[in-house]
Design a protein around this ligand. Structure first.
Ligand code: BGC
Length: 389
């Protein structure tokens, strides 16, 4: 038995846009339904978690988990600039209370990829005052996390946000594999936004705040260490370094990326890949966790996402078991890890497609009926034991 530290958080994660449904005031919805949209599938009703969150939360608690990570939608709370919806603040506060009633410790993410349409019209993260707008939103959202919420993530995967912006740059280089180069101005604005948001959150002494970084377990091809570092630094280390003074840093790990002379290259021929096309590589988690610990100089590393897109649920169990074995070894070696959140609680909307199923719980797209998968029961049993057999 490999036992995890006392009080370890065993959770599952979701995001608002991917689960709530009808998030019509967000920039992503706007992209999904634009006449010239390049987004293959739309989110629509998603998992209808906007109405069904009590059931989702109850299921996670029944399984044996002790935490739930979810995000709030800025575009619902501040649908027009400066217009605050008290009803939506109440809605998200009810989600927090629902977690607490079920014995789940809520972890709240303030920004998970989407911004309000009005914010997007102002240039989104390219606006030089974007940080101020996000800090103001953080103030507005304080009542949601005021009591009973210990963990708050300001911005989910700022590095992916910066890459998404980089891909839109007129001089963006074509990317054969991996991610576009992050837009440096956006990266810097995200750091500023994160710092300002943390300052606002500091008004609540019970809150521990940080952000969550997508780590890619970057592997240099032979003779390409310099190229790998040049690829990695603006994508990962830059964002991890910015977390040095934070209460925690989140790591979100799924796969590894090989880097050669001309940038990222696909996984080796014959490698097992998942429904996202990523290489099956459970060690990505321990690599990301150790890297975050090293680069931040010892900031507690919370695993805020880890999982696999697969239709073969037994492969999910294999993946998580091996990822957790590596995580346990990192903890044994001295890395402080307060918890692990599986991505995802539900089979949800995977940013343009419904095919990659990451969930512990399946969701029928027309009836919204939830079906607990065997992997969920397996994972819940680990959580109850706080140990990996
Ligand atoms: C994101 C999630 C996404 C998951 C799988 C992360 O990049 O935070 O929104 O669904 O990985 O791609």
């Amino acid at each position: 038995m490999r036992t995890f530290p006392p009080g370890f958080l065993w959770g599952a994660a979701t995001s608002g846009h991917q689960t709530e449904g009808n998030n019509i005031n967000s920039d992503y919805w706007q992209r999904e339904y634009a006449p010239d949209s390049t987004v293959p599938e739309a989110s629509g009703d998603a998992c209808d978690s906007f109405h069904r969150y009590p059931q989702d939360i109850a299921l996670l608690a029944e399984l044996g988990l002790n935490s739930y990570r979810f995000s709030v939608e800025w575009c619902r709370i501040e649908p027009e600039r400066g217009q605050v919806s008290v009803a939506m603040l109440d809605h998200y506060r009810r989600m927090v209370d629902c977690c607490l009633q079920h014995g789940l410790r809520p972890m709240v993410t303030l920004h998970h990829f989407t911004v309000p349409r009005w914010m997007s019209a102002l240039g989104g993260w390219r606006n030089p005052r974007a940080a101020e707008l996000f800090a103001r939103f953080t103030e507005i959202a304080l009542p949601i996390v005021r009591d009973g919420v210990e963990w708050v993530c300001t911005i989910n995967e700022p590095n992916v946000v910066a890459c998404a912006e980089g891909a839109k740059d007129p001089d963006a280089e074509p990317v054969a594999y991996g991610m576009a180069r992050p837009n440096g101005q956006v990266s810097a604005e995200l750091v500023r936004a994160h710092r300002m948001s943390r300052e606002v959150l500091a008004a609540l002494p019970g809150v521990r705040s940080g952000w969550t970084v997508a780590t890619q377990a970057i592997h240099a091809l032979p003779g390409c260490a310099d190229e790998a570092y040049a690829y990695s630094y603006p994508l990962e280390e830059y964002f991890l370094e910015a977390a040095r003074d934070d209460d925690f840093v989140g790591v979100q790990a799924y796969t590894r990326t090989f880097v050669g002379r001309a940038g990222a290259v696909p996984p080796p021929a014959g490698a097992e890949t998942t429904l996202t096309g990523w290489e099956y590589f459970p060690d990505a988690l321990a690599i990301g966790v150790r890297q975050a610990w090293k680069v931040t100089g010892g900031v507690p590393v919370l695993v805020t996402e880890n999982g696999i897109a697969t239709a073969d649920d037994s492969r999910r169990v294999d993946y998580v078991r091996d990822a957790l074995a590596g995580l346990h070894q990192a903890i044994t070696d001295g890395v402080e890890v307060p918890g692990y959140y599986h991505w995802s609680a539900l089979d949800n909307y995977e940013w343009g497609s419904w095919t990659p199923t990451f969930g512990l719980i399946a969701v029928d797209r027309t009836t919204f009926r939830r079906t607990v998968k065997p992997s969920a029961r397996w994972f819940g049993a680990l959580a109850r034991k706080n140990a990996l057999p």
